[in-house]
Design a protein around this ligand. Structure first.
Ligand SMILES: [Zn+2]
Length: 168
């Protein structure tokens, strides 16, 4: 049996989901299905309310034939109330491929009920994309799934747990 809210696998004797603390609900009929759906929606909105995910963007200039980092700033990728389960919100920023041999990371800053933390998501050379964009959706077990998209190709580059008692 799975948690009706975050889909974490539950033991039969648990009254609450150990991950998100949503009550364990069994044997729901059609009439009550709608009530449970509403409970899940309200509970999820409440859990996500304080979330804001910012992305660090970099500006480069060409100096003597080499690209030099000139400036960086954070832009907001998404806020908790905008998040949808498995449906990414795409950021308006378009990424250009930086010709470079060094490893590339996506730098994020997450604010949540657990406080604030920096997250570095490594991007492998296979993921290096031209004119790519970045998106975020809500995943199962209250994670934020971060995607890169180039053309029709969508790659998940990381899953970030957002609840207070989970994750690093
Ligand atoms: Zn749960």
């Amino acid at each position: 049996m799975k948690c009706k809210c975050c889909h974490h696998e539950l033991q039969m004797d648990e009254a609450f989901c150990p991950l998100c603390r949503f009550p364990s609900i069994k044997g729901v009929d059609d009439v009550n299905e709608e009530v449970v759906r509403r409970m899940v929606r309200e509970y999820t909105e409440n859990k996500l309310r304080s979330i804001r995910l910012d992305l660090r963007t970099y500006e480069y200039v060409l100096e003597n034939g080499a690209l030099v980092e000139r400036d960086s700033q954070y832009i907001t990728l998404c806020r908790g109330k905008e998040l949808r389960l498995n449906e990414p919100i795409w950021c308006g920023v378009i990424f250009e491929k930086i010709p470079s041999d060094r490893a590339f990371t996506v730098s994020l800053n997450l604010r949540s009920e657990a406080g604030e933390k920096s997250i570095e998501l490594p991007v492998t050379p296979d993921h290096v994309i031209e004119h790519g964009k970045i998106g975020v959706s809500l995943g199962e077990e209250f994670t934020l799934q971060v995607f890169l998209m180039s053309g029709d190709e969508k790659i998940c580059i990381g899953k970030i747990p957002v609840l207070k008692n989970t994750g690093p």
